[in-house]
Design a protein around this ligand. Sequence first.
Ligand SMILES: Nc1ncnc2c1ncn2[C@@H]1O[C@H](COP(=O)(O)OP(=O)(O)OP(=O)(O)O)[C@@H](O)[C@H]1O
Length: 244
Amino acid sequence: MTPLYALRDIEYRNGTGFTLQVDQLHLHPGRIYALAGPNGSGKSTLLRLLALLARPQRGQISFGGAPLSFEATELQRHRRRVTLVEQTPYLFDRSVAHNLAFGLRLRGVRGEQLRRRCSLALDQVGLAGFEQRRARQLSGGEIQRVALARALALEPEVLLLDEPTANLDRQTILALERLIADLPSRGITVIMATHDPVQPKRLNGELVRLVGGRLADPPHPPENRPQTSPEISTCPRPLNKRER
Ligand SMILES: Nc1ncnc2c1ncn2[C@@H]1O[C@H](COP(=O)(O)OP(=O)(O)OP(=O)(O)O)[C@@H](O)[C@H]1O
């Protein structure tokens, strides 16, 4: 199976003495991957590389089966397939609806379709009816959920989440985990950083552990997946958008 991402001999120095080094990492479509590791181990840095927001100084990233050249039009095309929700999301000081609509408008979505996608996404994160709330007057947990709704409204092929449940109460965490666990069945691959040691298991996700900017070991498939190695998947998986 062609991996969605194939990273080979990656070296990325972020200018503060930290280097992310990934000899090889294959991430497959229609799955959930959980990036784990201590503070500063490189989870967010890896997410930025996977979001195609940073270019490694060395090595190759293949996305969707083809090596990236990092040429501007290619990047623009691929970035529309991938959405990153950062650890501290930035919201415009406008209404929640404005924040959700912004990226959709850039993609040419308008009118009833735009309204429908926004309210559906808010509903999914448990914030139905929040459209007219001012973004700056939201709690930390609500900001995080609005940022997730904004990403979901874009209907990306890959959703990259940087500690998406860090500021949330237990009940909201469980509700969002149900939502995230369901995303592969909608053709969305999820790659998320987490500090919760049990979360990958609850999400049936594969664990990718980082230590000091390096992969600690190959990705661990979930225990209930009949898989012999991260490269060879024998379990059926939902088709992603491009295969339908
Ligand atoms: N924007 C940045 N510019 C330069 N260096 C950065 C930047 N962001 C993070 N770093 C540094 O890069 C290293 C890796 O940070 P990164 O945020 O990727 O780790 P992390 O595993 O996500 O950590 P945490 O669990 O604390 O979120 C750290 O040493 C950090 O200080």
